[in-house]
Write a protein that binds this ligand. Structure first.
Ligand code: SAH
Ligand code: DHB
Ligand code: MG
Length: 216
């Protein structure tokens, strides 16, 4: 018995990935995209967090093949919207097909380009944000989310643990440096309350940071 077996147990018993989600994972892999989407249990957690937040507009940074996007879109009412930002046109194409097949295409706008540039052109308000792209830009994405999210909104960051590398003060890996800078930014921002939780399972040892913006 191990972490992955327990993750599979919960995924089978509680999550029940349907054909659209399994297909999104498979088609992304077949198209040569890296298999770095959130796990099924993590995707369902994002979905539930968005529902708990009562989200109607969601910002996502880092679409890949749209796997997490499907989970988030399914948390929305029919007139809700996910705006998801992706650098790679090829990833956006695969995501578009996966989202349409999942029946949530009408709720999702994919904006292709470097997210820092796209974010600079955007207006809020968003109720929920999921930040899961290039980690060196995490502080910039956090700052953009602060600007674009309404008071009381939820912001979730993926990959803040990375097998414990977040503790490496000497690291010159830009992803580690970016993640440590994000933790500092979260710690120093008076407008939010934040925590981070470690996760184990299908994606190894990693974790999410969760922040909630102060009410107005
Ligand atoms: N959220 C997805 C996984 C995203 S993987 C899921 O769980 O299903 C990270 C994605 O961020 C990749 O598709 C990568 O191309 C994209 N990305 C990397 N740098 C980026 C940038 N500067 N702007 C926008 N997207 C970027
Ligand atoms: C990587 C990126 C991710 O967002 C993730 O969840 C896992 C791995 C990566 O770039 O290696
Ligand atoms: Mg990730």
């Amino acid at each position: 018995m191990d972490y992955e077996a327990v993750d599979s147990f919960f995924a089978e018993r509680l999550v029940g990935e349907d054909e659209a989600l399994a297909g999104a994972r498979q088609d992304a892999a077949a198209a040569g995209l890296p298999a770095i989407e959130v796990s099924a249990t993590q995707g369902k957690l994002l979905h539930l967090l968005a529902r708990i937040a009562g989200a109607r507009r969601i910002l996502e940074v880092g679409t890949l093949g749209g796997y997490s996007t499907i989970w988030l879109a399914r948390a929305l009412p029919d007139d809700g919207e996910v705006v998801t930002l992706e650098l790679e046109p090829r990833h956006a194409e695969v995501a578009r097909a996966n989202l349409d097949r999942a029946g949530v295409g009408h709720k999702v706008r994919i904006l292709v380009g470097p997210a820092t540039e796209t974010l600079a052109t955007m207006e809020g308000p968003f109720d929920f944000a999921f930040i899961d792209a290039d980690k060196p830009n995490n502080v910039r994405y956090f700052e953009a989310a602060l600007r674009l999210c309404r008071p009381g909104a939820t912001i979730v960051f993926d990959n803040v643990v990375r097998g414990g590398r977040v503790l490496d003060t000497q690291s010159d890996d830009p992803s580690v440096v970016g993640t440590r800078a994000l933790v500092d930014a979260l710690a120093n921002e008076p407008r939010i309350a934040a925590t981070a939780v470690q996760t184990v399972g299908a994606k190894g040892w990693d974790g999410f940071a969760v922040a909630v913006l102060r009410q107005a």
